[in-house]
Ligand binder design. Structure first.
Ligand SMILES: [Zn+2]
Length: 358
């Protein structure tokens, strides 16, 4: 199904698909990005650009928008405490090896935990409603970016917030209200820093509107409202609508720490040992500049090497520094990332092999 077509249709009727109670209560303004035309919601009357194009994009590196600093584990504790306080059941993660689905090797999203495929039909089995889950997910579609971009991983922890509107759960209004309060109350991010972007999601025969939420250009989460099935135009409302909010725990830790990369705050102690072993003398001002530039430009070019060359130039890094600092650093982050992925996969029962896909 054509995502752009659905987005066009939904954005033509924002009151129906995107305007939640929170926007009205807080006075969010709906704007179209003056550069790319995408619609977003903000409390900042002067903002004209969407998070991807904004001038504040990735300015949290070296200058985090929170007064508190939470490491990776502490960030989860904050998220869990908030949702439990707000009547959610905290569920243990499911295995990363997705044994309950014949069509998947690995768990790629938190919602997969609760999907049961019966023939061509997907039914859901939620152990609680509403719930929150710290689901480790394995994804291999961005492998060449891992270690290089500062934010891509081969495994990550998806904060899954799930709810069915009936039987004690909730729908859009409460979902977005909770996500907003998680950022502003629990993490102490200023209200004006939070931007919601209109989007849609479609997959497995169903689709719905979604609101991605960003702080300083970093997408922290995406609240998907799975509502319809069938083809656009001939679609019907699902018997069971579902809130499928997925957020990146690594990014929550990153935004509170403002380190040059997300790897620095998520692999802390491991990085320290590797740093010492390879004897990198890291000038962190230089790295902050370099990785801010990488993060800003990554989506604007197809060729990663081009982005890298641009960042080297902007950060004023010499050829010698690239060879002695950047390249070994990228390798180090890559090793830490791949080790984590392997540990999860092997611990959950996957057997590495040199045959076929391994
Ligand atoms: Zn834009």
């Amino acid at each position: 199904m054509d995502k752009n077509q659905i987005l066009k249709e939904f954005s033509a009727d924002p009151d129906r698909y995107y305007k939640v109670k929170l926007f009205e209560e807080q006075g969010f303004i709906r704007k179209a990005c003056t550069k790319c035309g995408r619609f977003f919601w903000t409390l900042d009357a002067n903002r004209t650009l969407c998070p991807d194009d904004g001038t504040d994009t990735y300015s949290f590196i070296g200058d985090p928008p929170t007064t508190k600093r939470f490491d990776y584990t502490q960030s989860w504790k904050q998220v869990e405490e908030f949702f439990v306080k707000n009547n959610h059941t905290s569920v243990s993660r499911y295995p990363v090896v997705c044994r309950w689905r014949d069509d998947l090797y690995f768990t790629i999203a938190s919602v997969v935990d609760f999907q049961r495929v019966m023939g061509s039909k997907v039914v859901f089995e939620f152990p609680a409603n509403p719930l929150v889950v710290p689901q480790t997910c394995l994804r291999f579609n961005d492998l060449e970016n891992v270690g290089v971009t500062g934010r891509h991983f081969s495994s990550f922890c998806m904060i899954g917030q799930h709810s069915i509107p009936e039987n004690g759960g909730y729908w859009k209004d409460e979902c977005v209200d909770l996500d907003f309060r998680l950022l502003t109350q629990q993490f102490g991010i200023k209200k004006e820093e939070v931007v919601f972007v209109e989007d849609v999601w479609s997959g497995g025969g169903s689709f719905g509107s979604s609101l991605e939420y960003f702080v300083r250009g970093l997408e922290l989460g995406n609240a998907v409202f799975t509502e319809f099935q069938g083809e656009l135009g001939q679609h019907a409302t699902l018997d069971q609508k579902i809130i499928d909010m997925g957020a990146g725990l690594e990014r929550f830790a990153w935004i509170t720490n403002g380190t040059p990369t997300a790897y620095d705050c998520c692999f802390g102690p491991v990085n320290q040992i590797l740093f010492e072993k390879i004897g990198i003398d890291s000038d962190s001002e230089m790295l902050k500049k370099y990785f801010t530039e990488i993060a800003r430009e990554i989506d604007h070019f197809d060729d990663l090497n081009q982005v890298r060359r641009l960042a080297v130039k902007s950060a004023g890094i010499t050829e010698d520094q690239v060879n002695k600092i950047i390249t070994p650093l990228e390798g180090m982050y890559l090793i830490a990332d791949h080790l984590r992925t392997l540990i999860f996969a092997i611990a959950d029962g996957a057997l590495p092999s040199n045959v076929g896909g391994g």
